[in-house]
Design a protein around this ligand. Structure first.
Ligand code: FES
Length: 337
């Protein structure tokens, strides 16, 4: 049995099954309702039930008092719909609405994606969640006040873990530790979410994503979010790397393009190896975008990767009519220490 939930006043609608909380249903379908702990303790998800019936499990959640019940307030992380609902709830539309938190986490997955990229998954304590917008990043808090920033590569509706794509930097102390010493169940401390790299959902401009290397990570998170949220603006993903082995999630990106008409995927190699037998595009990723789009005045571009790529894009795209107010970037520096 599923019910229709309408958010007053935005008019956004999603469906909720009789087996999931209203918050879980919203996040699963890409609606960013405000939340914190997701276990009924913090009150961050509190909102009003304007019409309809809800129920809780055996006990009334801690963060809900009798006045709240009288005033038809509800904790959406615990409330289960028993009918169609109209609710008043805070929808996160910008990073300023999300608290930045420092949390412990445990390494729950370490998987080599290719010769120099590791997929790292971090699990938060069971009583904690970190709300974020797809595309944002976290900092590892390291001894001696060192910070290392990595983009989140999954979408918020899968916030049970935080997925990162970490490339081994020759001479980089932290990434060498990740590859040589980090173990499953290691405890780390992180701060986040951080950054302004997220899809502007109030726009209907077609989107060009420009990824360089592991800059694919946050774009993966954004695309997974758009699929969950049924956002169907045209999206062109340009992924530039050196050689074929660096396209560490090529099949996933190709699957998106095969499955969704509005998603297009263009991999570009700057220095393909002989054994790659590469028949596809070569050169620099920003040049490929410029040669495919003579007029960028109606587009939004999201660039994620090395600063040189982002800066090269700034000049090239402006010359082809891009209003730079619509150029969003997540330039990451490689910190060697
Ligand atoms: S998210 Fe903390 S009470 Fe619902």
């Amino acid at each position: 049995m599923s019910y229709t939930i309408t958010i007053h006043a935005s008019g956004h609608q999603f469906t909720a099954e009789a087996t999931e909380s209203v918050l879980d249903a919203a996040l699963r379908q890409g609606f960013n309702l405000s939340y914190g702990c997701r276990n009924g303790a913090c009150g961050s998800c509190k909102g009003k039930v304007v019409h309809g019936q809800i129920r809780y499990g055996d006990d009334q959640p801690i963060a809900l008092d009798d006045d709240d019940i009288t005033n038809k307030m509800a904790l959406f992380c615990q409330a289960i719909a028993e009918s169609d609902l109209t609710i008043e709830a805070h929808e996160i539309g910008a990073v300023k609405d999300i608290p930045i938190r420092t949390l412990p986490c445990k390494v729950s997955k370490l998987e080599r994606l290719n010769h120099d990229v590791m997929q790292v998954e971090l699990k938060l304590p069971t009583t904690e969640r970190m709300q974020f917008l797809a595309g944002q990043y976290i900092d590892f808090l390291l001894p001696d006040d060192r910070h290392r920033s990595f983009s989140i590569a999954n979408a918020p509706h899968h916030d049970g873990v935080i997925e990162l794509h970490i490339r081994h930097i020759e001479g980089g102390r932290f990434t060498t530790e990740v590859f040589d010493k980090l173990k499953l169940k290691s405890i780390m401390r992180i701060e986040g979410p951080l950054g302004n790299f997220f899809l502007r959902e109030d726009s209907d401009r077609p989107v060009i994503f420009m990824a360089g290397g592991t800059g694919f990570g946050p774009i993966k998170g954004i695309i997974e979010h758009t699929i969950a949220a049924n956002i169907t603006r045209p999206m062109h993903i340009y992924w530039g790397v050196r050689a074929k082995e660096d396209l560490y999630m090529h099949d996933l990106a190709q699957d998106w393009a095969n499955q969704y008409e509005h998603i297009h995927y263009i991999p570009i190699l700057s220095t393909p190896k002989d054994e790659d037998n590469w028949q596809g595009r070569t050169g620099f990723v920003h040049d490929a975008i410029c040669s495919d789009f003579a007029d960028l005045s109606h587009y939004e571009i999201y660039g994620s990767g090395p600063p040189a790529m982002i800066h090269a894009g700034t000049n090239a795209f402006a010359k082809q009519g891009l209003n730079l107010d619509y150029y969003y970037s997540d330039a990451f520096e490689f910190a060697k220490d």
